[in-house]
Design a protein around this ligand. Structure first.
Ligand code: WT7
Length: 655
C-alpha cells in the first residue's frame, strides 16, 4: 500500500476519537477478566494453548503441545480426538435437550434442533455416508443452503474422519466443479434449491452442470428443501431424508489424530485457482473453542448467540458450527436475506429469540445504516449484550451506529481480525478487559504474536504503518494448501522467511500499540467481507467472446467498503455499451457467482501498460478512486490514461 493511501485511511479512521472502557458490570461477569493472561500467554504460549486444549475431550492426550518446523507446525502431537464427538456427544449427559440451533427458514418456517436431535441426525448420516463408501481421509463436497442439514453434514464427515469441503451456495456451477475436482471429492451433498429473497436458487441444477465434469464423484445426496421437482440421476443421486431415516442411529466417533485433516475450504489468492486451505482437528478446534468462549464471552446456559454469516465461509465454519457447538451453546441459524420480506427481518428474529450476541460484517451494518434506524427501532433489542464485527475494516461511523442503534449504547463491540487461513480470530478485544477504539481490532488474542513491519521486515513501532505479520504459529492456523505445499511456502512465507507468516494485510500501530487493519496489499479485493481476486474476475471477463482485455481493481471507500471496477477493452466489432455491460455482469455471475459481479465497467480502447506489457492496476485504482495519478513514467502508453479518466468520470458522478 502506498504511503499516502495509508495516511488517508488513517485520517478517515481517526475522526472518531472516543474510546470505550469495559463497564465494571461487564467485566465482573466476564469469562476472561484478568489482563495478566496476555503476559502469561506470551511468556509461555505452549502452556497457554495447552490450557485451551483442555476445553476439549481427548480420547488420548497429546505427547507434545507444538512441534515447529518452519514454515510447518503441528499441535497436540500424539493426541486423539473427534470434532463431532466434541461438538455433540460430550454435551448429551448434562444438556442434551438444550437447543443447538434455533433455525429460521426464509419463508418463515422454523425448527429448533437440540443437541440430542443433532447427535442422532449426524450419527445416522455418518452411517449412511459409510454405506456409500466414504472412509477416513476421503473428501466430501457440501453445497447447501443455510439449513440444519448443513452443519449435520459437516459433523457427519468429521465423525467418520472424512474431510468436508463446503462450497458457498452462491457460487456458480463452474466454481463448484473446480473445487470438487481440486479436492477429488467422492460424494456431493446438495439440495434441490435454496431460498433467496422469495425466489429459489436452483442448486441441484448447478450441481448437475458441475458434475458433467467431475469424475471423482460417485454419489450425490440431495436435501429436499424447496421440494421443487429436480432431476435425479438413477444410481447416483439419493434423497437425503430417506438415507438418514434408513440408517442406524448409533455411530461411534472415529478417533482422529490431532493433525488429521478436518476440512478444506477454498479461498481466493492473487493468481491461479482458489487455494484449498487445509485445517486439521486438534489445533483448529482448540483455537475456535477458545476464541469463541473468551471473545464472545459465551455463557452456554443462557446465551442465544447469532453469527449471521453463511456457513459457506470460514466465519460460519468456525463461529456457527465448530466453536459454538464445542462450547455447547445455543445459536440462531437463519437461512435468508436480511431484507426479506422486510428490512426488519434480523431485528424481528433477535426479538423473537431474545438473542444476546450478534456477530456480523461491516457491509451488513452499512446496509442497515442506509435503510434507516426505524427498522431496528420497531423491535425490542434489549436482550443483546455483545456485538461483533468481522470481514473487513469497520469504519468508526458504522461501529458507533452499530453500538448505538443495535446495542442500545450498552454493548461492547468486538472487531475481530482473522482469515480463512488462521482458522480462528487473531486480533480482537477481550470484552471484559480491553478498552475499545472504534475502527481498531485492538490487540492480538492471548498467545498470538503479531506485529507491523516495513518492506524489509523491520518492526515499524508505535505510530508506524506497514504490513501485518504473525511471528509464531498458533494451533488454529492452516497447515498447507491442499495438493500444493510449494504455493503455501511461496504465498505466505516468501516475503519474510519461513518463520514469519504474511497475511497480505496492511496495518498501522498507534501509540498504545493498538492494531488498525487497513485492507489488502495484494491483488485481492474484499467484497462484502469476502475475498475475491482481481485475477479471477479478469479471467472470467476475458473468457467472454466480446472481451479482448480486462483489468479489475477494488474501489475503496471508507464508508462504502470495496466495490469491483472493471476496465474492459472490447474486441473489434463489439460495442462497449450498456448492453454489453449487463451481459458481462451476468457472465461473471455465471462463472464465479453473483458476489464477483463488477459494480461498474469502464470500456476503454487500451489499458495502461508498462514497457514489458504488464497492466498497471495501481493507476487504474487511482482512476477508480478519483485521485491524482501515481508515477506514470514506466508506462509505454501514458496518453491512454486521459482517455480512461474521461470515460471513468461517471464513477464519480454522485460524489
Ligand atoms: C481478510 C480475510 C475472517 C472471516 C471473514 C473473511 C479482511 C477480516 C477483518 C477485520 C479488517 C478484516 C482481511 C483479511 N478482514 N476481518 N476485523 N478488520 N479486515 O475471511 O475471506 O479469509 O478474508 O478479510 O483483509 O486478510 P477471508
Amino acid at each position: 500500500m502506498v504511503e499516502e493511501e495509508v495516511e488517508r485511511t488513517i485520517e478517515a479512521l481517526l475522526q472518531e476519537r472516543r474510546t470505550f472502557a469495559p463497564s465494571e458490570e461487564f467485566t465482573q461477569q466476564a469469562n476472561l477478566k484478568d489482563p495478566s493472561v496476555y503476559e502469561q500467554a506470551s511468556s509461555d504460549p505452549d502452556a497457554w494453548w495447552a490450557s485451551q486444549a483442555e476445553r476439549l475431550h481427548w480420547f488420548k492426550k497429546w505427547d507434545t503441545v507444538s512441534e515447529l518446523d518452519p514454515p510447518h507446525h503441528t499441535w497436540f502431537v500424539g493426541g486423539q480426538l473427534n470434532a463431532s464427538y466434541n461438538c455433540l456427544d460430550r454435551h448429551l449427559d448434562e444438556h442434551g435437550d438444550r437447543v443447538a440451533y434455533h433455525w429460521v427458514g426464509e419463508p418463515g418456517d422454523r425448527r429448533a434442533v437440540t443437541y440430542r436431535e443433532l447427535h442422532e441426525e449426524v450419527s445416522r448420516l455418518a452411517n449412511a455416508l459409510k454405506d456409500l463408501g466414504v472412509t477416513k481421509g476421503d473428501r466430501v463436497a457440501i453445497y447447501l443452503p443455510m439449513v440444519p442439514e448443513l452443519p449435520a453434514a459437516m459433523l457427519a464427515c468429521a465423525r467418520i474422519g472424512a474431510a468436508h469441503s463446503v462450497v458457498f451456495g452462491g457460487f456458480s456451477a463452474e466454481s463448484l466443479r473446480d473445487r470438487i475436482n481440486d479436492a477429488e471429492c467422492k460424494v456431493l451433498i446438495t439440495a434441490d434449491g435454496s431460498y433467496r429473497r422469495g425466489q429459489t436458487v436452483p442448486l441441484k441444477e448447478n450441481a448437475d452442470e458441475a458434475l458433467r465434469d467431475c469424475p471423482s464423484i460417485e454419489k450425490v445426496v440431495v436435501v429436499q428443501r424447496t421440494k421443487d421437482d429436480v432431476n435425479m440421476v438413477e444410481g447416483r443421486d439419493l434423497v437425503y431424508r430417506n438415507l438418514v431415516s434408513d440408517a442406524p442411529s448409533e455411530c461411534e466417533a472415529e478417533p482422529m489424530d490431532s493433525e488429521d485433516m478436518l476440512y478444506i475450504l477454498y479461498t481466493s489468492g492473487t493468481t491461479g485457482k482458489p487455494k484449498g486451505i487445509v485445517h486439521t482437528t486438534g489445533g483448529y478446534l482448540t483455537g475456535v473453542a477458545s476464541t469463541h468462549f473468551n471473545i464472545f464471552d459465551i455463557k452456554p446456559e443462557t446465551d442465544v448467540y447469532w453469527c449471521a454469516a453463511d456457513i459457506g465461509w470460514v466465519t460460519g465454519h468456525s463461529y456457527i458450527v465448530y466453536g459454538p457447538l464445542a462450547n455447547g451453546c445455543t445459536s440462531i441459524l437463519y437461512e435468508g436475506a436480511p431484507d426479506w420480506p422486510e428490512k426488519n427481518r434480523w431485528w424481528s428474529i433477535i426479538e423473537e429469540h431474545k438473542a444476546t450476541i450478534l456477530y456480523t460484517a461491516p457491509t451488513a451494518i452499512r446496509s442497515f445504516m442506509k435503510w434507516g434506524t426505524e427498522w431496528p427501532q420497531r423491535h425490542d433489542l434489549s436482550s443483546l449484550r455483545l456485538l461483533g464485527s468481522v470481514g473487513e475494516p469497520i469504519n468508526p461511523e458504522a461501529w458507533i451506529w452499530y453500538q448505538e442503534f443495535i446495542g442500545g449504547g450498552r454493548t461492547p463491540v468486538v472487531d475481530t481480525w482473522w482469515q480463512t487461513e488462521t482458522g480462528a480470530i487473531m486480533i480482537s478485544p477481550l470484552p471484559g478487559v480491553t478498552t475499545l477504539k472504534p475502527g481498531s481490532a485492538t490487540v492480538p488474542y492471548p498467545g498470538v504474536s503479531a506485529d507491523v513491519v516495513d518492506e524489509q521486515g523491520k518492526p515499524v513501532g508505535p505510530d508506524g504503518g506497514g504490513y501485518l505479520v504473525l511471528k509464531r504459529p498458533v494451533p488454529s492456523m492452516f497447515r498447507t494448501i491442499f495438493g500444493d505445499d510449494q504455493r503455501y511456502r511461496e504465498t505466505y512465507f516468501g516475503r519474510y522467511g519461513d518463520e514469519i507468516y504474511f497475511p497480505g494485510d496492511g496495518a498501522k500501530l498507534d501509540d498504545d500499540g493498538y492494531f488498525w487493519l487497513l485492507g489488502r496489499v495484494d491483488d485481492v479485493m474484499n467484497i462484502a467481507g469476502h475475498r475475491i481476486s482481481t485475477y479471477e474476475v479478469e479471467s472470467a471477463l476475458v473468457d467472454h467472446p466480446s472481451v479482448a482485455e480486462a483489468a479489475v481493481v477494488g474501489r475503496n471507500d471508507p464508508k462504502e467498503g470495496e466495490t469491483i471496477v472493471a476496465f474492459v477493452t472490447a474486441k473489434s466489432g463489439s460495442e462497449g455499451g450498456e448492453d454489453l455491460m449487463q451481459e458481462l455482469r451476468n457472465h461473471v455471475a455465471k462463472v464465479i457467482g453473483k458476489l464477483a459481479r463488477p459494480h461498474s465497467i469502464v470500456f476503454t480502447d487500451d489499458l495502461p501498460k508498462t514497457r514489458s506489457g504488464k497492466i498497471m492496476r495501481r493507476l487504474l485504482k487511482d482512476v477508480a478512486e478519483g485521485r491524482e495519478l501515481g508515477d506514470v513514467t514506466t508506462l509505454q502508453n501514458a496518453p491512454i490514461l486521459d482517455d480512461i479518466r474521461t470515460k471513468a468520470a461517471s464513477l464519480h458522478a454522485d460524489e
